[in-house]
Design a protein around this ligand. Structure first.
Ligand code: PLP
Length: 396
């Protein structure tokens, strides 16, 4: 039977990582995958994670199963992070959270919950968006529709085009927003634009789904929740898929969360029972370790303060690399205006490099960039900056 199976296409981003690993050149640079690198080009374990793990090593009493939705303390900590401790969503118990295997797992729960409960089967995603959104939503049987987001000429958001394409979204359609640090463009709505989108969503009756994978990488932990919190003011129901891969550096522990917000606690409980039922049929119950680390840090004031600083360090280093990248390209005599890179948020930006330029950069210079021209600024360091800017200068 297996001989009739044809090969699936390689994942464009993870496939690039494989090619990078196999490249024998020691000058190679990877700006493909979204993994934070420090100044030494390493992805270290956060000090707060190590401290939490030491606490857990002493205090953990069992490896018995968690419940379907995972640890309740984790759910409460996630909700405080998303909505703020004083939020009426928290005090009125309007939200339910399931610990999920990564942000991807959380998105899949959201997609399957939506696909199984409602007649509408459309999900609206920005053009462009993180490539895996398409896989996850298609796997859940949803029809994916794109809304305009990016103006490639202006290297900026096209908000009017976004609004006009979203005119087509009907009541009950699922509409995906990136909570902050839009992947791949690095461009987020302003506060006024979030207000406008939130009001439109409420007026039209969309079901908003926030993908929140970079909280803390834009302006700060609290600041980055602004868009989501504006939405919760205007919309009584929404879904959130959180990922703690990046802001806790817990990539391989697979730690995320699916959160459902309803008008009241009873409705939330009933709707959430359907999410629990599909989780039971999928992976049964979540892995414990990563979420226990996150809970330990978020629930300890001193560890929280230290973690906040560690996130700030990652955020500031990326911003420094953005500025240095723009300055170094200028130094290399590149005429093209790359200043937009310094104005964008989070790990990614769209460089504007063409597929051909990206291919030449890989073949001739060992510089790995996703075919769309998306660059992971988090992969730049003071040590590789000169070489990578020389390579880019040589191809444009
Ligand atoms: N959403 C976006 C926009 C992402 O960029 C990522 C990871 O790169 C995820 C979700 C999923 O994160 P995780 O690795 O936790 O599954």
């Amino acid at each position: 039977m297996f001989e009739q199976i044809s090969a699936a296409p390689a994942d464009p981003i993870l496939g690039l990582t494989e090619a990078f690993k196999a490249d024998p050149r020691d000058t190679k640079i990877n700006l493909g995958v979204g993994i934070y690198k420090d100044e030494a080009g390493q992805t270290p374990i956060l000090a707060t994670v190590k401290k939490a793990e030491a606490i857990l090593l002493e205090s953990e009493k069992t490896k018995s199963y968690l419940s379907i939705e995972g640890n309740a303390a984790y759910g409460a900590a996630v909700q405080a992070l998303l909505f703020g401790k004083a939020s009426n969503i928290v005090s009125n118990k309007r939200a339910r959270t399931a610990q999920a295997p990564g942000g991807t797992g959380a998105l899949r729960i959201a997609a399957e919950f939506y696909a199984s409960q409602f007649e509408n089967k459309k999900v609206w995603v920005s053009n462009p968006t993180w490539a895996n959104h398409n896989n996850v939503f298609a796997a859940a049987g949803l029809e994916i529709v794109q809304y305009n987001y990016y103006n490639a000429d202006a290297k900026d958001m096209d908000f009017n085009a976004m609004l006009s394409s979203l005119e087509g979204a009907a009541a009950g359609d699922l509409v995906l927003f990136h909570g902050c640090c839009h992947n791949p463009t690095g461009i987020d709505p302003t506060e006024a634009q979030w207000q406008q989108l939130a009001a439109l969503s409420a007026e039209k009756g969309w079901l908003p789904l926030f993908d929140f994978a970079y909280q803390g990488f834009g302006s700060g932990i609290e600041e980055d929740a602004k868009g989501l919190r504006i939405f919760t003011e205007a919309n009584q129901e929404l879904l959130v898929a959180s990922s703690f891969s990046k802001n806790f550096g817990l990539y391989n522990e697979r730690v995320g969360a699916f959160t459902l917000v309803a008008k009241c606690s009873d409705t939330a409980e009933t709707a959430f029972s359907q999410a629990k039922s599909l989780i039971r049929a999928n992976y049964s119950n979540p892995p414990a370790h990563g979420a226990a680390v996150v809970t330990t840090i978020l629930n300890d004031a001193a560890l929280y303060a230290e973690w906040d600083k560690e996130v700030a360090e990652m955020r500031d280093r990326i911003q420094q690399m953005r500025d240095l990248f723009v300055a170094t390209l200028k130094e290399k005599g590149v005429d093209r205006d790359f200043s937009f890179i310094a104005r964008q948020n989070g790990m990614f930006s769209f460089s504007g490099l063409t597929k051909e330029q990206v291919a030449t950069l890989k073949d001739e210079h060992g510089l790995y960039i996703v075919g769309s021209g998306r660059i992971s600024v988090a992969g730049m360091t003071r040590n590789n900056m000169d070489a990578l800017c020389s390579a880019i200068a040589a191809v444009i």
